[in-house]
Design a protein around this ligand. Structure first.
Ligand code: ATP
Length: 430
């Protein structure tokens, strides 16, 4: 039996993944079938609170060898690949309803949705929600087809995300172990040793987005008052567990491993940008030299087949802006990023420099071909006139090649400025 939910938290507090741990705890008469799923959806959706994440958990009576995938308040949690029997639908529905109702931040703007079903909705619900904007009516029609139970609070917008999470059939996947604090610590400073995060990042190479080695800052713990202590992401579940247990921190009250679409690039549409609030992967030619605007954002105008587009590396992308600033007209690039509506700008999340042009810098006007004297420019397109004999010429100014500071290759922003869904370059090579 699948139970999926979304839109339970506010920007201030809580975390939808914590509800998953509460649900797993409340339904511990059943086993987890597969891992709980943390599914990120379109990061450009204007009404998301933070990371646009939705959750789906499957319950049943497990069959075969169980794997320990978490611990909640001292209770080990096991997951099974196969099951003997489905969990009772009414039990799952009523328990999930009670948990979502109890923990949702409806007074702070949350619009929770809960979906319980034996079968999954069509896969397209996931792809549309991760790459586009979905209408709730469309989701409801699909849910009706599979006979799902649906509960919504305060408009129940979370039904869209919940259904998309349930509809996900991974073609690429990663894992995240999230640890949680005991409630008496919520809102207090988190104790987690940065040095242990740095060491973990270097040692466990299948984990990603943990630590910014340039600024010496960890990226695995949130800055809000939510129950999360930290979350570590990786490609290999066994190594991920070892990585997490190598960290030195306050003792987590719970931890749980999730299967996720984080770090997969599933949100990217392979096409030139058209509609806003979507993310694209496309090739372009740099049209003008980049410029820096107020706030330290770097803007680079690029040409695509439909015309011009302004692409931006925003201030939070830090040193990545230097790379974008190093682009020159004529460079060929492949850009990955979200098209914003207003101003209509592409927020660069990652780029591949395909080829660079030779950059030259003028050092002097040409010498006169008649007498060798120095020349004076006659203005744009007017050529040069010899200061000595008056002869006019159309020669090129003398220039030297300037070494380029950017070479063809792949570039990404630092760990702290990455999208949940963005595939880190580290994963692209694997
Ligand atoms: P957190 O990451 O902290 O869990 P969040 O960023 O996921 O928070 P939500 O509170 O879940 O934010 O709000 C996102 C809302 O947008 C949900 O109601 C979800 O159903 C809806 N939503 C998600 N993706 C889409 C989409 N592609 N089209 C329309 N609505 C969407």
């Amino acid at each position: 039996m699948f139970a999926a939910f979304d839109d339970t938290d506010s920007t201030e507090s809580m975390c939808t993944t914590f509800l998953a741990t509460e649900l797993v705890k409340a339904l511990r008469v059943y086993d987890l079938i597969g891992l709980p799923r943390l599914v990120r959806l379109n990061p450009a959706v204007p009404w998301k609170t933070r990371g646009n994440g939705a959750l789906c958990v499957r319950f049943g009576v497990g069959r075969g060898q169980g794997q320990m995938v978490g611990e909640i308040d001292g209770i080990p949690i096991y997951s099974y690949e196969r099951m003997y029997e489905e969990a009772d639908r009414t039990t799952v529905l009523e328990t999930a309803e009670r948990i979502v109702q109890k923990w949702s931040r409806t007074t702070e703007g949350a619009s929770p949705g809960l979906v319980v079903s034996e079968g999954k909705p069509a896969q397209r619900l996931y792809w549309e929600a991760v790459r586009g904007i979905v209408e709730k009516e469309d989701t409801l029609r699909e849910l009706q087809k599979i006979g799902a139970d649906i509960v919504g609070w305060e408009g129940g917008r979370g039904i869209i995300g919940a259904s998309a999470a349930m509809a996900w059939r991974p073609h690429d996947r990663t894992y995240e172990i999230i640890t949680y604090r005991s409630p008496d610590r919520w809102g207090t400073p988190r104790h987690l040793e940065d040095g242990s995060v740095r060491d973990m990042d270097l040692k466990y190479t299948t984990t990603f987005n943990n630590y910014d080695h340039r600024t010496d800052r960890r990226a695995i713990s949130p800055h809000t008052n939510c129950p999360v202590l930290f979350g570590v992401r990786g490609d290999d579940p066994t190594e991920l567990m070892n990585a997490v247990f190598s960290l030195r921190s306050e003792t987590p009250a719970r931890w749980l491993m999730f299967l996720s679409n984080q770090g997969t690039d599933d949100h990217l549409i392979s096409a030139e940008p058209t509609l806003p609030d979507r993310s694209y992967d496309f090739k372009a030619t740099v049209a003008e030299a980049p410029r820096t605007i107020a706030g330290g954002h770097v803007i680079v105008p690029v040409s695509i087949s439909t015309g011009r587009l302004e692409a931006a590396a925003y201030e939070p992308t830090k040193e990545f802006r230097e790379l974008v600033r190093a682009l020159r007209p004529g460079d060929r690039v492949r850009l990955f990023g979200e098209l914003r509506a207003e101003p209509r700008t592409l927020n660069i999340e990652k780029m591949q420099v395909i080829s660079t042009v030779i950059e030259r810098q003028k050092v002097s006007n040409p010498r006169c071909p008649e007498c060798g004297g120095s020349t004076k420019s006659m203005g744009s397109g007017g050529g040069y006139r010899c200061k000595k004999c008056g002869h006019r010429n159309e020669l090129e100014a003398e220039s030297v090649e300037v070494p380029r500071t950017i070479v063809p290759g792949w570039y990404e922003p630092p760990v702290c400025a990455r999208r949940h869904l963005g595939k880190p370059l580290k994963r692209m090579r694997s």
